[in-house]
Design a binder for this molecule. Structure first.
Ligand SMILES: [Zn+2]
Length: 709
């Protein structure tokens, strides 16, 4: 049982105004259901009039045609108008969606309602470069507040940002084509017309018709397959926002790795994936449940996707998507899967209501991820991983300057700005620091765990704003109302201030792992010819991946290095790194490129011939182009381009053949977008699906913005 501190609601009110919703008090039962839109929210990233309706449920019925890379069928929306006089339904859509027809019926309405479908007129208007608005005229006779209407949209998809068709050559097995979707943040409007805002959640069902031999998976609680009809049926029984609707279809097989988790992958990857994860998923789920309460989604399956997957991982409920390229880097795989599991509570169960507060998902999930790794692997390991990421945050700040508005947790963006373009390290790490600050204010980390557990219980299946979290926090810890505490509470500075986090957690528990790394950096950077006998006291072959990564990241900060230092580094470590994972290798190769160290350029070539993912190609190509090795990059690109996804190919072409400033200027963001000449090392940096497909421009502007999901 969670400890609940009963506090008079008036205390909250005297401290700061309750949220507009005022929908909860401590001890209230959580209000579960699609009526989760509790306040007049404005989402500038959505063209829809979502606040005029309650979305009860929707159903997708789609046929997948791999030959023409098309999904066709229909969408049925169960809607209840909430205002009188609503005459138009506006949905988010995309120019890649071709609408055939739209009709409406009012089931069971009798009398003045329509039992039979009525054909509706509609109009598609431009909205932004990432979507359009679908304006549907509703029949006045059928539309009454509180009465259900069913809108059926018949449509087909063409190439859009959400849907990634992979020819068989781009899959790991290279025998069958594959398709997956990636909705975050605002891409799913090119998958199906919707209220494409995280403020709206609903249940959904889907019927997916496929050719023989294709397995379909969706982010759904239940599924079934009729072999005779080659039809998959799915049901998501808990309300989710549109961006968490996800599908993958191809030659997929599975192995059960726990009572509620199975690993899915192409057959050639499956045994490796199962070996790497083993029984860990259930163990991590168990730790998370101890901390934050029951896992609400039933299944916790994981599907490994080919290197064309544009990000590292995505927390699609019941079915985490993760890139197969991370399999060889076990420590990163562990962190990424635990992070996605943490989203089961933070982000998926309780969701940021607007994209302007994405930290509510990522900052809380990162905090929860680190609580899980602390419990499962100890504080030292967690502190080391945190130091690697906070280093990256400060590196980014040095590039952007302390006054850059992208460093705010609450970002106000203008209409037209793609929310994906503002997802950055601050969302994750400054958000994490803020949650750590709240934990520290609470006075006890375990007490704060209980707070988070009760927060989830209170707001599960709802979308929240920062005020919901902060007000609940202040009610939960009434002692913070003491005037002695009050001066220290700097929520406004945290949320709306630029620059570094005002507070960072104490990471000294990682000292035994971190100190040798810094000592070795000092040895290499303080003298041109480091003492060989001193070097032998550091056995990198016994170090963890995160230690080596931290070492290389910090050495990268010192680049350019004198040639003789690079020579010594190469003779000491190059062969060792050859045998290690891609996360280590890419950092060493970035050092090679940034220092124009010709003896190891063949290793760069070999790496870029082997790795075809965005996460491992874009940072190296950017470094190659920024220096004098552009001709090497062009050569490798022409040799490998046929093995790259067309979206990545376009991104790399842009890196290779356009100036960075021109590329950056094409970003529609009204905020300053960095394009420094030497990007920092973020080998896990990736671009989002939208960035990757929307003309590829945002992907380039985002080159220093570490985005994983
Ligand atoms: Zn995340």
């Amino acid at each position: 049982m969670a400890e609940l501190q009963q506090t008079p609601a008036s205390l909250c009110c005297c401290r700061r105004p309750l949220p507009v919703s005022g929908a909860w008090r401590l001890g209230d039962p959580p209000q579960v259901g699609p009526e989760s839109v509790r306040r007049p929210l404005v989402d500038v990233a959505s063209a829809s009039n979502f606040s005029c309706f309650q979305l009860r449920h929707f159903h997708l019925d789609l046929r997948l045609n791999f030959a023409v890379k098309e999904m066709s069928g229909w969408l049925v929306l169960d809607l209840i108008p909430v205002h009188p006089g609503v005459r138009t339904l506006v949905l988010d859509s995309h120019c890649s969606l071709l609408i055939h027809s739209i009709d409406c019926k009012a089931p069971g309405s009798g009398g003045s309602g329509q039992e039979e479908p009525v054909s509706l007129t509609y109009r598609v208007d431009p909205f932004t470069d990432y979507g359009s608005s679908l304006n549907i005229s509703l029949p006045p006779a059928a539309v009454r507040p509180g009465r259900l209407i069913q809108i059926t949209v018949r449509y087909k998809t063409t190439e859009g940002p959400a849907i990634w068709w992979l020819d068989s050559e781009l899959t790991c097995g290279q025998s069958r084509p594959l398709v997956f979707t990636q909705g975050h943040s605002v891409c799913n409007r090119s998958f199906f017309p919707c209220f494409d805002t995280p403020a709206v959640k609903s249940t959904y069902t889907a019927t997916i018709r496929v050719p023989d031999g294709v397995t379909v998976l969706m982010s759904a609680s239940r599924s079934s397959y009729s072999k005779a009809d080659r039809v998959f049926q799915f049901s998501m029984d808990s309300p989710v926002p549109s961006y968490l609707v996800a599908l993958v279809a191809g030659e997929m097989q599975h192995v059960d790795v726990g009572p509620r988790s199975r690993v899915w992958a192409e057959p050639c990857l499956l045994s490796c994936a199962v070996k790497k994860l083993g029984g860990s998923v259930e163990r991590w789920l168990g730790v998370a449940e101890e901390l934050f309460g029951p896992y609400l989604w039933g299944r916790c399956d994981i599907v490994f996707l080919p290197p064309s997957f544009p990000i590292v991982a995505m927390e699609n409920p019941c079915l985490t998507f993760i890139i197969a390229s991370i399999l060889e880097s076990s420590e990163f795989l562990l962190i990424d899967v635990i992070h996605e599991i943490a989203h089961g509570w933070f982000g998926n169960a309780v969701t940021n209501a607007t994209w302007e507060e994405m930290w509510l998902s990522e900052g809380l999930a990162t905090y929860a991820q680190r609580r899980i790794t602390t419990e499962a692997y100890g504080e030292a390991f967690t502190c080391l991983e945190t130091v690697v990421r906070l280093d990256a945050l400060h590196r980014q700040l040095r590039l952007l300057g302390d006054n850059n508005p992208v460093s705010k947790l609450q970002i106000k963006f203008e209409p037209g700005v793609n929310p994906s373009s503002l997802m950055n390290l601050f969302t994750y790490e400054k958000g994490f620091c803020f949650v750590s600050y709240l934990s520290q204010l609470s006075g006890d980390v375990r007490r704060f765990d209980r707070f988070l557990r009760d927060f989830i219980s209170q707001f599960q299946f709802k979308s929240v704003v920062a005020d919901d979290l902060i007000d609940y926090f202040l009610c939960y810890f009434p002692e913070l109302h003491d005037p002695a505490h009050r001066e220290g509470l700097e929520f406004e500075r945290w949320l709306n201030g630029c620059g570094p986090p005002p507070y960072e957690p104490d990471l000294s528990a990682g000292g035994a792992l971190i100190r040798p790394v810094q000592d070795l950096c000092d040895l290499w950077t303080r003298s041109h010819a480091p003492d060989r006998s001193a070097l032998t006291t550091f056995d990198l072959s016994a170090w963890s991946t995160f230690q080596i990564v931290l070492f290389l990241d910090r050495m990268l900060d010192h680049s350019p290095l004198p040639h003789d230092v690079m020579l010594s580094l190469s003779s000491c470590y190059s062969s060792l790194f050859d045998g290690l994972n891609a996360e280590v290798q890419i950092r060493w190769l970035q050092m090679v490129v940034r220092n124009t160290f010709h003896p190891d350029v063949p290793r760069v070539r070999a790496f870029l011939h082997k790795h075809t993912s965005r996460m491992y190609t874009v940072p190296l190509y950017e470094d190659l182009v920024a220096g004098v090795l552009k001709c090497v990059a062009v050569e490798i690109f022409y040799q490998t381009q046929r093995r790259l996804h067309p979206n990545l190919r376009r991104t790399l072409q842009q890196i290779l053949f356009q100036t960075s400033s021109a590329a950056a200027n094409q970003n529609s963001s009204s905020l300053p977008v960095p394009s420094p000449p030497t990007p920092p090392p973020h080998p896990t940096a990736t671009a989002t699906a939208s960035a990757a497909t929307a003309g590829t421009t945002a992907a380039i502007a985002l080159r220093d913005i570490n985005v994983s999901a």
